[in-house]
Design a binder for this molecule. Structure first.
Ligand code: BTN
Length: 264
């Protein structure tokens, strides 16, 4: 963290313990190790940079100094197929925070990308550890935000598809303050989720998304689907209406926006 200002964290359990690291392969991996050794729910691991940051679908996540890279250990009583709810709520929290704190026009692209004007600024990677009976022991929610990063520190081929808070605002932000704001909001939404409020979170997710109603192309391991994104189901699947009128469910893949039908 560049700034060492004292910030106030008003939470019940998220962030009561925060491990600040200078450099680590991946905060998700450290959080997993801590959780398997019995670390409390709400423990947070932050690193100034990551040498082996991991993204969705087994991809690498570039994590130079200046970004906000952190992971949270959670132990919700949910089934493995409900973990997407944590990813959705995290995306809602990040978008709300970027909008409120910095007036940035952030939006969610299914399933968990945060974009500004079509460029990725944040990604969320939720990973679970289950016990032998298939129940969740804990969930690690990893969040990567391109905060104080110069775009030219990304490889050339990414420079048109990513952005950072610094590049959008043309100034550096206080990462520790952003972290604390996110942890407070995350706890609020997490408690809402545990209280049966997922429908409210899903409605907010839909309001903040940039793909519903649009024509999209989905790249999947088994081929490409083209159609209109018409809805997101209660289990997190994206519903795509094909040209022949059939609606297919997509549970994993990369979405490419073809044409916006929604005015934002
Ligand atoms: C994505 O592919 O969009 C998800 C990216 C998630 C990156 C974050 S950075 C903190 C945490 N540690 C990791 O190795 N990955 C996540």
């Amino acid at each position: 963290m560049p700034e060492k200002t004292k910030h106030e964290l008003k939470t019940q359990f998220i962030g009561k313990k925060i491990l600040f690291l200078k450099d680590t392969p991946s905060t998700n991996d450290i959080a997993k190790k801590l959780a398997s050794k019995g670390a409390e729910a709400g423990t947070v691991v932050v690193s100034e940079k990551q040498s082996n940051g991991r993204g969705r679908l087994g991809r690498r996540w570039l994590s130079p100094e200046g970004g906000l890279w952190f992971s949270i250990i959670l132990k919700p009583r949910i089934k493995p197929n409900e973990v997407f709810k944590l990813t959705f709520l995290t995306a809602v929290v990040v978008v709300r925070t970027l909008r409120k704190k910095f007036k940035l026009n952030a939006q969610i692209k299914w399933p968990n990308d945060i974009l500004i004007n079509g460029k990725k600024i944040c990604g969320v990677l939720s990973e679970i550890i289950t016990n032998p009976s298939g129940l969740i022991n804990f969930v690690i929610v990893g969040i990567g935000i391109n905060a104080n990063i110069e775009l030219n520190s990304f490889p050339k081929h990414l420079q048109f598809s990513v952005t950072s808070i610094k590049s959008e605002l043309e100034k550096e932000i206080d990462c520790e303050d952003l972290l604390y704001t996110l942890l407070m909001e995350l706890e609020h939404y997490y408690l809402l989720l545990l209280d049966g409020g997922f429908n409210l979170i899903l409605e907010e997710w839909k309001d903040l998304n940039c793909i519903l109603d649009s024509y999209v192309e989905i790249e999947r391991l088994d081929g490409t689907i083209n159609g209109q994104a018409v809805d997101v189901a209660k289990d997190g699947a994206l519903l795509i209406k094909l040209e022949n009128g059939a609606v297919v469910r997509v549970i994993s893949g990369d979405v490419i926006l073809k044409r916006f039908d929604k005015t934002h």
